[in-house]
Design a protein around this ligand. Structure first.
Ligand code: HEM
Ligand SMILES: *[C@@H]1O[C@H](CO)[C@@H](O)[C@H](O)[C@H]1NC(C)=O
Ligand SMILES: *[C@@H]1O[C@H](CO)[C@@H](O)[C@H](O)[C@H]1NC(C)=O
Ligand SMILES: CC(=O)N[C@H]1CO[C@H](CO)[C@@H](O)[C@@H]1O
Length: 524
């Protein structure tokens, strides 16, 4: 057993210690005071400092068969400085350094992390039973979603023979959101909201002549309301109309929560989180039966396991977050790219027209999914271009992948963006946003690649492959087509082009590096 696993038995503590130091160094504050301000074993004084230095020496040596260590690890912190300030940049360094994108070792505060950088290794990682997502999930529930440690333990028990709830959630959500009746149900709930909301909204735009809006806020609100109502029923936003705004704050805070800063430094983040959990508890108390029934089913399973009301509220918050966290920024990028390239709109309008009736209500969603090739291409290109998703696993037993040994107690990270930007796969324009990438001919001799959408890994893979991807496609294509059908969308003149802010810590999708203002006016 290696020293580092004994010291930091779970993901929480290593990330906590690694990144809290990094963040503070970035703030330019005094190193020693900062160290003492953090919790976990890094509450050092001088005694533990020696211990940590020993660890980092260990961290900078590889064990037999381990992937080679990325150069540039500094004493004590390893690669943590770069990891904390620009993890995506660190993955790119590793990819550029490693011949054939073979696995690379990192040292983060003495903790070993393996990066998987090519599609074959990533797939092997997803298949390996000895690499587990469950400890990562359990850690996340208590650090970022406010569940009690007791509650997380209760989730792991099995009084009803359905298995631990961290383990069984993958199959549960896969089934609850699977194409067929399950998907139709939640899609219908969404579509019912969408048409009436956009009809109301169109009336207000007509009354005003046109509306100018910051696009990220706008998509967050308009799509966020519809999809939140679809999952929670209207009760949630009626109880607290600021919920979506609070979720946007959580998006900024989750990273601080995850690195385990001391409570006093996190009062805004905790207050915000607690108030969202409380709202989920409150709407349940009123006996609202509008909540999407699989979410209620999860609460019943928690009830059998003895979970508190608080922990059930936290579980619902977590699931709701998953429904919003990526879909909303993807919607932003989708609309932005359409507004940016004016030549796309005529083709798009011709494609989507047959899906609507004379009141601009969608009567044929299938048409949008299957007969609108450019619209679908831009959707998948948005997913590819803005994804910051990283598949994370903990090594439970020593595991061999691609001839390298991954030691128990270490972490494995597979950054999807590295695959998504591979020039081998996507060709010389892999780094550009190409709207028709997935409809153009595949013509490698001319430098034009169309590898098809299956290689876009923005929904992750393995047991944690996003179960919401079918619904996400439905809601995002329906919403985007509806606003194109109803409104002319123009960028306010004189703005610089926005790019993904790849240094931002994200749940899965990078935000834009600037605000974007658009003007909407009714068509015809
Ligand atoms: C475009 C929008 C979306 C993107 C890009 C996205 C992406 C992802 C990614 C990358 C993961 C983790 C995969 C991994 O660790 O390997 C994930 C997990 C998950 N997503 Fe999505 N997602 C989206 C929309 C949604 C929606 C709309 C829902 C709900 C209907 C949803 C529900 C979930 C759930 C429940 C999980 C956890 C799965 C598990 O651990 O088994 N997602 N998603
Ligand atoms: C919500 O209501 C359901 C059904 O009435 C109940 O089983 C569950 O314990 C409640 N959850 C919370 C968080 O109070
Ligand atoms: C707009 O999109 C078309 C179709 O993909 C592409 O050929 C063209 O280069 C794009 N224009 C700009 C300015 O990106
Ligand atoms: C460098 C790299 O990993 N390229 C891969 C990108 O994704 C495709 C499909 O998943 C693979 O075939 C490439 O090898």
């Amino acid at each position: 057993m290696s020293l580092d696993t004994t010291l930091s038995p779970n993901v929480g503590s290593w990330l906590q210690n690694a990144t809290s130091i990094v963040m503070k160094l970035n703030d330019g504050e005094d190193f020693t005071t900062l160290l003492t301000a953090t919790n976990g074993f890094i509450l050092l004084g001088t005694v533990l400092a020696g211990y940590v230095i020993r660890l980092s020496v260990k961290g900078s040596q590889t064990r037999p068969g381990e992937p080679p260590l990325l150069p540039g690890a500094v004493p004590l912190l390893g690669h943590a400085l770069k990891f904390g300030s620009d993890s995506n940049g660190l993955y790119e360094n590793a990819r550029d350094w490693s011949p054939n994108a073979e696995p690379v070792s990192l040292s983060l505060m003495g903790k070993r992390v393996y990066l998987l950088l090519n599609a074959r290794d990533v797939n092997a990682g997803w298949r390996a039973k000895s690499l587990s997502f469950d400890p990562v999930c359990e850690w996340g529930l208590s650090t970022m979603f406010g569940m009690s440690v007791e509650g997380v333990k209760q989730m792991g028990t099995d009084p009803d023979g359905l298995g631990g709830m961290t383990e069984n959630q993958h199959a549960f959500w896969r089934d609850a959101l699977a194409p067929g009746d399950a998907l139709n149900l939640i899609t219908q709930r969404f579509m019912n909201q969408l048409d009436s909301d956009l009809a109301d909204y169109e009336r207000s735009v007509r009354a005003a002549g046109s509306v100018t809006a910051e696009l990220r806020d706008w998509t967050r609100t308009r799509l966020g309301i519809q999809s939140t109502n679809a999952f929670a029923g209207k009760a949630l936003l009626e109880k607290d109309p600021k919920m979506l705004h609070k979720l946007a704050i959580w998006d900024l805070d989750f990273y601080l929560l995850s690195i385990g800063l001391p409570k006093w430094m996190l009062s805004r983040a905790n207050k915000n989180l607690e108030s969202m959990i409380q709202t989920w508890i409150d709407i349940n108390r009123t006996g609202s039966s509008e909540v999407y029934h699989p979410m209620m089913r999860r609460l019943e399973m928690m009830e059998v396991r003895g979970a508190s009301e608080w922990d059930k509220g936290s579980a619902n918050f977590c699931l709701w977050m998953a429904t919003q966290a990526n879909a909303l920024p993807i919607e932003f990028w989708f609309v932005y790219q359409i507004a940016l390239n004016k030549s796309l709109q005529p083709t798009l309008l011709a494609e989507i027209g047959p899906a609507f009736d004379e009141n601009n209500k969608i009567v044929n969603l299938n048409h949008l999914l299957h007969n609108a090739p450019l619209l679908n291409s831009i959707y998948w290109e948005s997913l590819r271009y803005t994804s910051g998703a990283v598949s994370v696993r903990e090594v439970l037993e020593d595991t061999v992948i691609n001839g390298y040994t991954f030691y128990a107690g270490s972490m494995v990270m597979s950054p999807m963006r590295i695959l998504n930007f591979s020039k081998d796969t996507f060709g010389p324009d892999a780094n550009d946003f190409v709207p028709d990438r997935f409809v153009r001919p595949h013509n490698p001799e001319k430098g034009q690649y169309n590898p098809g959408i299956k290689v876009v890994k923005s929904f992750g893979g393995g047991v944690t492959l996003c179960p919401g991807r079918h619904f996400a496609g439905n809601e995002i294509l329906a919403f985007t087509a509806s606003i194109l059908q109803r409104f002319k969308i123009e960028l306010v003149e004189g703005q610089k082009i926005a790019y993904p802010l790849t240094s931002a810590p994200v749940v899965g999708t990078f935000p834009a590096d600037r605000e974007v203002f658009v003007r909407l006016s009714p068509r015809n």
